[in-house]
Design a binder for this molecule. Sequence first.
Ligand code: MEV
Length: 415
Amino acid sequence: MTSRISGFHKLDQKERLRTLSLSERAAQQLSATGVSFGELAEHMVENAIGTMPIPLGVATNVRVDGEDVLVPMATEESSVVAAVCNSARQCYEADGVTTEATDPLMIAQIQILDLQDPFVAKSGVLAKKREIKALCDELDPILVKLGGGLEDVEARVIDSDRGAMLVVHIVVNVLDAMGANAVNTMAEALAPKLAAWTGGRTLLRILSNLADKRLVKATVCFDPQAIGGDEVRERILDAAEFAWVDPYRAATHNKGIMNGISAVALATGNDTRALESGAHAFAARDGQYRALSRWHAGESGSLVGTLELPMAVGIVGGATKAHPIAQANLEIMKIETADRLARVIAAVGLLQNFGALKALATVGIQKGHMALHARNVAIAAGAEGNEIDLVADYLVSEGKVRQDIAETKLNELRA
Ligand code: MEV
């Protein structure tokens, strides 16, 4: 096996698959995924050999800011979609989730080194805000025409083992875009000017995924009766507090939140890694890595949850626009602005978090999770068609979701 395949990128999909010397079954699977999207995949990545289908489910019962919304979620993890449907049902009568959001402000950084006096350079840059705005806005006249463009310039002097550096932030309203291209273009164009003004050497010019000026806050209130009573609320509060004070638990708690967020982001063609890095960096903003959500007891014994995090998502540009399934998913959600998409995604993250906390603090997650996972195990054991449910039901009834047991049951069925 060699990973050096010269001219691989010049082959078509069929030829690439032949080069990989796969089993007939694997080659067939990959070429089938490539039929509808082969050409698209070819334009989206280098050396495309097909696509990687991920199940797409729709979360029901979700209500955000007084409007119902059906939420497509792309995820390989069983129980993620079901958990959102279930959590959303328990707060639907209480009007679902409400949200607040900042303007869609993205930050790009320009790093400046070798400065004689970084503090003098900093004042010099801040005095040039008007020129900086003119230069940046000129690069994206459509964005400016629609009401976006450069909003602010910030600068920090940071000490490091390689000497002091000046870090300039441009803060740009990117409207309905995720904004990476817009701000990166501006940062690259601005850098030579900054170098000339400060006498320093500019190095990195790139957006920050810690998009902490582009935040969404989702809030939900559960009636105690809807969630199983006061004891369940108290258990959830204890579980949530654990994630606030302990980074080991916080990582898992936040992973659960991102189960929902990344699934909607992926379904809408957004950059899931940008969201993940922004969320985790934001979770550590006070120096300790903490839960992204907070839960407390509200009036009349209710359970109130909030989730605040950066939400750099767009509906124009990038894969969102190019991918027909992303477009179809936006249509399912009736999304017309990036702002609404950001709010719905945050709401889903909060609902996902509630679902996990409630299960963990009561029956544990394995019961529900394994019931759904049993089908994967049945498929992995070779079950097909009707056999899948028969084998999965058997595994659940035995309380043992294991591949060896699935194989034995499958052989029995076939005999
Ligand atoms: C599993 O994908 C997610 C959970 O671990 C989240 C959590 O522990 O809060 C269930």
